[in-house]
Design a protein. Structure first.
Length: 747
């Protein structure tokens, strides 16, 4: 749809070759006159084609020369592809365009004016390892414990500040936090000073120093404002604050800026992306033209109908409705299953049916909210011999934290497993330096014994320094105690004990990096996996077989990946697993981010559905085995938001009743969510109405002092109400903030 004020597209008969094949909205965006233009490009609507064609059109019309164009992308690959497409449209090489990522263009500008920010033009850009080494030196120089205040966490804090455009002197006091006893800003300042001494910067500096240049040196800003007659930006919804400020400064004079993006696909706030940047474009550039690309060339009508209806429940969006000239296709299939094992079995059966129908596995994907969910699918696919690959990360048993945990279990089962012992002997850190480990290895080689035997002998001597000797002696004694438990305790209980007593779980709980919660979830899933075996040895044998099951990377394989990793991809068939409250939308995200986080979770659901070309399955389980045991789950509120006219709701009672039930699974009962779900559906028909019976009302009219019940935290009393966020004093879990839709009032 085209906003009023834009010129009518030229008649098709008069179109030059580079404009042929564009639909009316695409053509309006490409041929729009100079000035601020926002192109709201829905999933699968051809945004890349529009952006590259508009750039080529400007050059062909003489509105700008190549050296007067700034085109910004988020990846080097996207920049290369854009350059190639422009050259194809112009049918000649193009030299001199400022086309690249934010960081590459920022570096180019900075090298020309490095002395203005205290650097020389040949400055070094530090990689992550060098950055962490420097931060470690600064933490130690401040007489702080690097074990308690890890450099990696400080690096993450500094990067977030740089993403916000904050130099050390501009970090708000409220952001200081508790890291390094409140000295994080002082460390940031020391870090920046040290970088200047080294004539170096990190990636965050490439834009931060640009902002300093533009704000403190008017002549530099004016030079680039005059130079760039046209500014074009891809994936504008993913820009962070620093990128937004940088772009706004460059474009504020000519205001000839084209931003292409989709507010409904803004899913990277955890990386610093600000959906507000695209939402306030018309405020930043008054009189901006807006073109909505809504014609989808990827998915069928039912899939688009589901996605479009779902996303309308978000309030913070520009608004658009995807449509297609293609057939309605197959409805989105929604299946309520008994547990996560049945969920994996269901997907396996559907994939095998597609294979029998002659469809390649490479056209199918399983998309999940969190990494820990991949294990049940991996285990099932291995069991039935179905080839698969995990994209965007290692397979479950190949993840670093899982390998660490399994290494502990291997040493318990086989003390002479040197590879396993070396992996975890100083994880978490026990004060064992490289010299101590080298001494252990040399002693083991000289005595022709295992590393474990060498440790046992050396701790009885004075050859090691007191601190590492005590640490190793304690470790040996702990392993002996765990080995005794192996004979008496269930494998699951042993695994839990090892993870807790080793300090490995505590290590990740103390880690404030963005990936730490996911690693903890993976460890919980590992405990679940161990609990499925009668003995530790049985589990370890299973893992060995799984690790040996390596599929030929050139073969036809199904894909397993997270929803975040799937953005920009498309598949014929998509399975969306784990649509349960607390899993998706993610409970941790809701607790921390409230309404804004809920809307981002819904955008993530929208992204998942729109990855589908022909078929889409939405799956939820009534029971999921998590760290604390079996948990009964409610269907995600997103299931309730799917339109019945575009869905087929699968009734799987027979399948669920006849399966072999997992050990410890709670018995079926009338009050079970799946039983209530199916009973309500048989009475009322549409699943949407059935789910509504068991999903709490988000506007439940909660008052201070009211007693409530939360599935995770138990009973409590409301202490404060802030919109849809409740501050609750739980009887056992303490005081927590939760979303109103997750609690029920009780007498």
């Amino acid at each position: 749809m085209t906003e009023p004020g834009l010129p009518q597209p030229m008649p098709v008969a008069t179109l030059p070759p580079h404009l042929e094949g564009l639909n009316a909205e695409q053509l309006a965006a490409v041929t729009a006159p100079d000035g601020p233009l926002l192109v709201l490009a829905g999933a699968g609507t051809g945004k890349t084609r529009v952006l590259t064609t508009r750039l080529a059109h400007m050059l062909l019309e003489g509105r700008a020369r190549p050296g007067e164009v700034l085109a910004v992308t988020f990846t080097n690959k996207a920049a290369r592809e854009m350059n190639e497409r422009v050259e194809q449209l112009l049918r000649r090489p193009v030299q001199g365009m400022w086309l690249g990522t934010f960081h590459s263009i920022g570096a180019r500008i900075l090298r020309r004016h490095a002395e203005r920010v205290g650097l020389e033009s040949g400055f070094t850009i530090l990689d992550t390892d060098d950055q962490l080494r420097l931060l470690k030196q600064l933490i130690e120089a401040a007489d702080l414990d690097v074990k308690k205040w890890p450099p990696r966490i400080l690096g993450g804090i500094i990067q977030r500040w740089k993403d916000r455009g904050w130099a050390p002197d501009h970090v708000p006091t409220a952001e200081y936090g508790e890291f390094a006893l409140g000295r994080s800003v002082a460390l940031y300042k020391a870090y920046q000073a040290r970088l200047r001494t080294l004539n170096a910067c990190d990636f965050g500096d490439l834009l931060l120093h640009n902002l300093t240049l533009f704000k403190e040196h008017a002549d530099v800003l004016e030079e680039y404002q005059r130079r760039f007659k046209a500014v074009l930006v891809d994936e504008y919804q993913d820009t962070n604050v620093a990128q937004y400020l940088w772009l706004r400064l460059l474009a504020q004079v000519r205001k000839n800026v084209t931003c292409v993006g989709d507010d409904d696909q803004s899913i990277y706030s955890w990386r610093g992306a600000e959906v507000g940047n695209i939402l306030r474009f018309e405020q930043d550039f008054p009189g901006a033209a807006v073109v909505r690309l809504e014609r989808n060339y990827r998915s069928t009508g039912h899939i688009l109908g589901c996605a479009s209806r779902l996303i309308t429940h978000n309030e913070s969006r520009h608004g658009k409705t995807l449509w297609t000239d293609d057939v309605a296709g197959e409805p989105v299939r929604v299946a309520g299953l008994w547990d996560d094992e049945e969920e994996a079995r269901f997907v396996g059966e559907e994939l095998e049916a597609l294979q029998r129908a002659g469809e390649p596995l490479r056209g199918a994907a399983v998309l999940v909210r969190a990494g820990f969910q991949t294990r049940s699918f991996e285990e099932r696919f291995i069991a039935i011999g179905l080839p698969y690959r995990v994209v965007g990360g290692p397979r479950f048993y190949e993840r670093a934290e899982i390998r660490d945990a399994i290494a502990y279990l291997r040493v318990i089962a086989q003390p002479d497993d040197d590879l396993a012992l070396e992996r975890i002997v100083n994880v978490p850190r026990r004060g064992l330096g490289d010299s101590t480990l080298a001494h252990l290895r040399a002693y083991a080689r000289a005595r022709d014994c295992s590393l474990h035997a060498a440790v046992r002998e050396l701790v009885e001597t004075d050859e090691l320094k007191p601190k590492p000797r005590r640490a190793l002696s304690d470790l040996v004694a702990t392993f002996e105690r765990w080995r005794g438990l192996m004979e008496t305790a269930p494998a699951r209980e042993l695994c839990e004990t090892v993870l807790e007593e080793s300090g490995y779980v505590a290590m990740w709980q103390a880690d404030k990096s963005p990936d730490a919660p996911g690693r903890l979830d993976n460890l919980k899933e590992l405990v679940h996996a161990v609990g499925e075996f009668e003995s530790l040895s049985g589990f370890l044998e299973h893992v060995s077989l799984v690790m040996e099951n390596v599929t030929d990377p050139t073969s036809d394989m199904a894909t397993i990946m997270t929803l975040h990793g799937a953005k920009g991809l498309e598949f014929d068939t998509v399975f969306l697993g784990g649509w349960e409250e607390g899993v998706f939308p993610n409970q941790r995200a809701l607790d921390e981010g409230g309404r804004a986080a809920l809307e981002e979770e819904r955008r993530l659901a929208y992204v998942g559905i729109t990855r589908s070309r022909r078929r889409c399955f939405v799956l939820f389980a009534a029971n999921r085995r998590l760290y604390q045991g079996w948990v009964s789950s409610l269907p995600s509120r997103f299931v309730d938001e799917l339109p019945a006219e575009h869905c087929e709701f699968l009734h799987r009672d027979g399948f669920a009743a006849n399966r072999l039930r997992s050990p410890g699974l709670p018995p079926r009962r009338d009050g079970d969510p799946l039983a209530r779900f199916n009973a309500a559906r048989s009475r009322k028909g549409p699943i949407v109405e059935a789910v509504a019976e068991i999903v709490p009302d988000a506007d439940g009219g909660f008052d201070i002092g009211m007693r409530i019940f939360h599935d995770k935290f138990g009973y409590g009393r409301i202490e404060a109400v802030d919109g849809d966020k409740l501050d609750i004093a739980f009887d056992k879990a303490g005081r927590k903030k939760v979303i109103a839709s997750f609690v029920q009032a009780v007498p």
